[in-house]
Design a protein around this ligand. Structure first.
Ligand SMILES: CC(C)(COP(=O)(O)OP(=O)(O)OC[C@H]1O[C@@H](n2cnc3c(N)ncnc32)[C@H](O)[C@@H]1OP(=O)(O)O)[C@@H](O)C(=O)NCCC(=O)NCCS
Length: 183
């Protein structure tokens, strides 16, 4: 995705670290995902992105072709950010970046890496990128029963704005729509 920096941040949370020097290391690691980097994904990441989605049934299940299309210049513009440690990708977020309304299409964190702030970092980076690109709002839809994702988005100041009855299939379920203004 040439319009976006390939490495968004190499040292997460440095400012926060300086202000919390007295907090135990394990707590800092949990709070700020130390050692993780967030970067723009590229076509070589497709197998890792697919492996992450496969271990998360609640995530949108894209085909390989859909991932490859996300990196193509032919279709609508997408931003895919990956968060990784020394072992490789631990999660990613994919967003449709159209005009002033960006839409989160997928967000997955590896099961073993959850509840350590990784998704929070990814979405914060996405928000910063969207703001820099002049987006006015970030939208998304999520299964009504996905309480984990809804709690996550609500913590990150996304507001419920509506519902699409029967939007999802297998099983059929309503989609809940969320929006976050980007000011
Ligand atoms: C939803 C998901 C991306 C969250 O990733 P994560 O890295 O664990 O999230 P974070 O650690 O940044 O959590 C931030 C906050 O979200 C909320 N949250 C996250 N997981 C939660 C859970 N299982 N139950 C309740 N609240 C939760 C909490 O408020 C949490 O803050 P806290 O840990 O200080 O209480 C992850 O659970 C996931 O990959 N789920 C499967 C795929 C999915 O549903 N994707 C969304 C499709 S739209």
């Amino acid at each position: 995705m040439p319009r976006f920096s390939p490495v968004l941040r190499t040292r997460p949370g440095e400012a926060e670290l300086r202000s919390v020097d007295l907090i135990p290391t394990w707590l800092i690691a949990g709070a700020f995902a130390i050692g993780m980097i967030v970067r723009a994904a590229n076509p070589a990441d497709v197998p890792a992105l697919m492996a992450l989605q496969l271990e998360s049934p609640a995530a949108a299940q894209w085909s390989r072709a859909q991932y490859e299309a996300a990196f193509s210049h032919a279709g609508p513009q997408r931003v895919v950010l990956v968060i990784e440690d020394e072992h490789g990708a631990a999660g990613f977020v994919a967003a449709l970046a159209v005009n002033h309304e960006w839409e989160i299409e997928n967000l997955v964190i590896a099961f073993a890496s959850r509840r350590r702030g990784l998704a929070t970092r990814l979405v914060r980076e996405l928000v910063e990128t969207a703001q820099q690109e002049g987006a006015a709002m970030l939208l998304l839809e999520v299964r009504e029963s996905n309480r984990t994702a809804r709690a996550f988005y609500e913590k990150l100041q996304f507001t419920e704005i509506g519902r699409r009855p029967g939007y999802y299939h297998q099983p059929e379920e309503d989609a809940i729509l969320y929006r976050r203004e980007l000011k």
